[in-house]
Design a protein around this ligand. Structure first.
Ligand SMILES: Cc1ncc(C[n+]2csc(CCOP(=O)(O)OP(=O)(O)O)c2C)c(N)n1
Ligand SMILES: [Mg+2]
Length: 955
């Protein structure tokens, strides 16, 4: 289970921050890095871009240097050049310069606003309007000027051209069935690249006869598949693609072009619309398998458990080959919640890139499909754009395709978005946006190709906004004319994309009517055969636990401790590396003192604190070859200034990560201060964990209550993904929790919510009290042959509590995680115990300290460290040991309607019953039910806390 990543390879992308640290050190002084690294850095000296790429920030930096990218003004500018040329040939100098300036302005305005006049809507509901900035007259040109050559100095790929030709090229390039928005990009090189790719005399969309036939063929499949389903499964919802079939040849173009440009893997995410068509016609899922599912059969083999999901949510994977290039496609399973899968897909892509050593991120691409209404409305779209350029989360650019059918369920765009296009948010990260008319499949295929080339060249997000329509209602049984009667009257008589394109190819003389009909009939015949075969179809394998998941299995029913103990000398060695400041790093004075204290604690084994327990867990996993990735707001230092896993040199601000300096052969530690988002970051880490079972992946909330901003990821993926889609995840969520008088918003991580989500052995929820328990629970995530998400109520004040410390022995040989902890060496003989207090988390220390103060000897405290799966049998055994106890109390800090009370009470009753205890049920000691999790008044907090401790101790 300790599959080794090739983390020693220089090109292992997960090493990026490690490489970066080393590279920075090398630049400062080549002798400070190992000889093998030195050689590599020397070899890279000619092309240091790979290293720099990983170091650079987002691409919006320094825009001012890039103004006047047309080079129109000033000495050497186009205007001056035109004037000089005119002077040498004796022409009108002023007129020539003016012509050039006016033509350049005209060209520039087409580049900026040409899309407004483009023919994008297949239904033509709102014909493109006129715009003075796009008419030559607006620049003082008249009909008489049309044929005079104008010097344009390379614009449109031409030295000079007549106004007639300029207009012809501009209209074709910017106002045809393609409308491009890219002039919001600051980078001249990216704009130039696009201009050179699309502008000019021979840059029109053009396909070979084979290319055209392939497009028609794909359209015939897309249309034929939907029609066939409509006939055979008339009343079944499938959220068909009808009206947007050009998506299918478009996606083919992305995979094919990508394959030519080094792509090996595509991580796909998409909503309901057209999903079945994509599965069949892009991912090559057998039609008979799909038809079998339509008949109500399961998509997995009988031996697989799980609650299952509807067919338009399931994931899939396959290999496609184009021109000898094989590309692996993986479609993420997704919930109904539109756009929620986006960060998951990106996290999956990032993990794959790390595994392939895809440092420039051209081998793995995420492609995400969207509906127009969802893309404009869902906040996760904006969050993912915000992630897209950040060092810890970038994936080298996502290709977004909006299937813009100009409607969302029953809502028209004018009611569902405030921006002109659904794609406008993409401008924030300077993505080029290709609007395209879905009834021109050649144009769609063309922009998909360009978008892929752009992404592979510049490694940033690209958006394709395919205008189309939805032929039926929201689903096939829904009536659209209640709400959009005019649109649907138009659609009723509108020919299909395939019909339009077939007619075009017949008119071009490429095909006969007979050829076209043959294509349709041939495909229909194939589907009939598949339909017959579907009746007896049985899936022969479930794509569960394949690839990197090979060797994992269903979780056993035992205590699942895992082998988490670590030899003492190993703990000391890792501890020494973690507290040793290299001579060339100047740490902050306070940190220096802290490290010295930690060093002493480890050397003398005088009690390691929470952060050290965590660092030892991470460090030992890393040295065992398991990468660790932690992300969250301010996670590098830690919100409570406790983690310090990145040391910032006080003179240079260079970053030093002790966990990446443990020794040769270690795996990579990544810690990322995330952007200030919860949903996208949690989704990203969840996605990462889906593709990296051998790494420890953690997301940390700043305070636990902020996690509800990511509720959709928790509900739809973390807690139910395995059951719905047979996808395991070992993701850890760290949620600071505890009542410390900080007010309503920073006290509760809403433990009750997680406990309420528990069922079917879906995840683990813990509320721990010692660093050693934390150490083991983290290591346990990796050292067992299955994966389950782990929800940790992580501490705040316990981070520095004098009693919340552990010894190295607690982590050393023979030690392990305990689901229940009892007091050591406290009180009297078990038979004399009168009161058993059960609790979980930080309140234990309040209870224990007060018990000591009061000298209570007959009160025993049991800590339920793991709340789910609940350790019922173990608790029964423990309670049975206190047969003389007169009361059993559940004590919690949280109000009665929160915390663990309603979760634990029935379990405790069952355990008491099981051992025939004379106490039948636990007594509650805690805050009364309340609307807000905690009081904002400190004095009241203190009084409430004292009262609940008092009640628990039975004063
Ligand atoms: C987060 C979320 N809210 C609401 C819904 C319900 N819903 C399903 S489809 C849909 C309309 C989607 O419109 P659009 O994104 O344009 O996709 P289309 O169906 O037109 O392809 C809505 C509101 C949902 N699935 N997810
Ligand atoms: Mg829509």
């Amino acid at each position: 289970m300790t599959a080794q990543l090739d983390t020693t390879s220089f090109l292992y992308a997960g090493n990026s921050s490690y490489i970066e640290t080393l590279h920075a050190r090398y630049l400062a002084d080549p002798n400070t890095v190992d000889a093998s690294w030195r050689q590599l850095f020397e070899a890279l000296a000619d092309d240091p871009t790979l290293v720099q790429q990983e170091q650079r920030g987002p691409s919006w930096a320094k825009p001012l240097a890039l103004l006047d990218d047309e080079g129109l003004l000033g000495p050497g500018g186009k205007a001056e050049k035109a004037a000089k040329q005119a002077a040498t040939s004796g022409a009108d100098v002023r007129g020539a310069a003016l012509d050039t300036i006016r033509a350049a302005m005209l060209i520039r305005n087409y580049r900026i606003r040409g899309h407004l006049k483009a023919n994008l809507d297949p239904l033509g509901l709102e014909p493109p309007g006129e715009h003075p900035e796009l008419e030559p007259e607006g620049y003082g040109f008249t009909e008489a000027d049309m044929d005079r050559p104008i010097f344009i100095d390379g614009m449109l790929g031409l030295e000079s051209a007549s106004l007639r030709e300029i207009m012809e090229i501009l209209r074709r390039t910017y106002c045809s069935t393609i409308g491009i928005e890219y002039m919001h990009i600051y980078h001249v090189d990216q704009k130039r690249w696009l201009q050179e790719r699309i502008e000019g005399r021979e840059k029109e969309v053009s396909f070979t006869p084979e290319g055209k036939k392939a497009i028609l063929n794909k359209l015939s499949e897309a249309e034929g598949f939907e029609r066939f389903c409509q006939i055979k499964f008339t009343t079944t919802k499938r959220f068909g693609l009808e009206g947007g079939e050009a998506l299918i040849p478009g996606m083919e173009a992305i995979i094919k072009t990508g394959g030519q440009l080094g792509l090996k893997d595509v991580e796909l995410g998409m909503p309901h619309r057209g999903r079945l068509s994509v599965l069949a016609n892009v991912m090559a899922k057998p039609f008979k398998a799909i038809f079998s599912e339509f008949q109500g059969n399961s998509s997995v083999t009988d031996d697989v458990e799980g609650s299952g999901d509807v067919k338009y949510h399931l994931g899939a994977s396959s290999d496609r080959e184009f021109d000898g290039n094989t590309v692996h496609l993986s479609l993420a399973a997704n919930p109904s919640h539109l756009e929620a899968v986006n960060p998951v897909v990106n996290g999956k892509a990032r993990a794959k890139q790390a595994q392939l050593g895809d440092l420039d991120r051209t081998q793995v691409l995420s492609v995400i499909l969207h509906g127009d209404a969802a893309f404009a409305g869902q906040g996760l779209v904006a969050e993912c754009f915000a992630l897209s350029e950040l060092r810890g989360y970038r994936t080298g650019g996502t290709i977004h395709i909006i299937v813009n059918n100009q409607i969302g369920f029953t809502t028209s765009p004018k009611f569902s978005r405030s921006s002109p296009y659904p794609s406008d948010l993409a401008k924030a990260v300077q993505s080029p946006i290709f609007h395209v008319n879905g009834d021109d499949p050649e144009a769609v295929t063309h922009v998909c190709k360009i978008a892929t080339e752009f992404r592979q060249t510049f490694h940033k997000d690209v958006v394709i906004d395919m205008f189309c329509y939805r032929r039926h209602g929201h689903n096939e049984t829904d009536e659209p004319s209640f709400t959009q009667p005019l649109m649907y009257r138009k659609i009723a008589t509108h020919p299909t994309t395939r019909q339009i394109y077939a007619r075009r190819l017949v008119q071009e003389g490429l095909l006969t009517e007979g050829d076209v009909e043959g294509m349709v009939a041939g495909f229909h015949e194939q589907l009939e055969k598949e339909f017959e075969a579907s009746k007896s179809y049985k899936p022969n394998k479930s794509d569960w636990l394949e690839g990197r998941w090979t060797g994992f299995g269903v979780a056993p029913k035992d205590d699942r401790r895992g082998a988490t103990a670590v030899p003492l000398d190993k703990l000391r060695a890792v501890g020494a590396r973690l507290t040793e400041v290299p001579a060339n790093v100047t740490v902050h004075r306070t940190l220096g003192r802290l490290l010295a204290a930690k060093k002493k604690a480890i050397n003398e084994d005088s009690g390691v604190d929470w952060a050290t327990g965590e660092a030892l867990a991470f460090g030992t996993l890393l040295t065992e070859g398991h990468p660790v990735r932690l992300s969250g707001q301010d996670s590098g230092r830690g919100t409570f200034s406790h983690r310090h896993s990145v040391w910032i040199d006080q003179n240079s601000e260079e970053r030093f990560m002790p966990l990446n300096n443990l020794g040769a052969g270690q795996a990579q530690y990544e810690v990322h201060d995330s952007l200030l988002s919860e949903a996208a970051v949690l989704g990203f880490e969840y996605g990462f964990s889906l593709n990296e079972p051998n790494g420890l992946v953690l997301w940390e909330a700043q305070f636990g209550d902020f996690a509800n901003g990511a509720q959709v990821i928790i509900d739809q993926f973390v807690c139910s993904g395995e059951s719905k889609w047979l996808r395991m995840s070992g993701l850890v969520m760290l949620l600071p929790h505890g009542y410390e008088g900080m007010g309503p918003e920073h006290s509760s991580a809403k433990l009750e919510r997680y406990l309420q989500l528990c069922g079917d052995d879906n995840m683990q929820v813990v509320n721990l009290t010692t660093p050693a328990q934390y150490f083991h629970v983290l290591r346990r995530q990796i050292h067992r042959p299955f994966r389950k998400p782990l929800i940790v109520m992580s501490p705040k004040s316990l981070l520095k509590h004098r009693l919340a410390v552990s010894t190295l022995e607690d982590m050393g040989p023979g030690s392990s995680f305990h689901r229940i902890l009892s007091d050591k060496g406290v009180g009297v003989d078990a038979n004399d115990v009168k009161r058993v207090i059960l609790c979980s988390g930080k309140v234990y220390y309040d209870l224990a300290e007060e018990r000591e103060k009061r000298g209570l000897k007959d009160t025993h405290i049991l800590r339920i460290e793991q709340l789910y799966p609940f350790p019922s049998a173990k608790l029964a055994e423990r309670l049975g040991g206190y047969g003389q106890a007169k009361s059993v109390v559940w004590c919690q800090e949280e109000p009665k309607n929160m915390g663990a009370w309603t979760h634990v009470a029935p379990y405790i009753e069952e355990s008491l019953a099981e051992v025939g205890h004379k106490v039948k049920r636990p007594v509650y000691a805690g805050r009364k039910a309340s609307a807000s999790p905690a009081t904002g008044l400190h004095r009241q907090h203190v009084a409430e806390q004292a009262k609940l401790v008092d009640e628990a101790l039975g004063a």
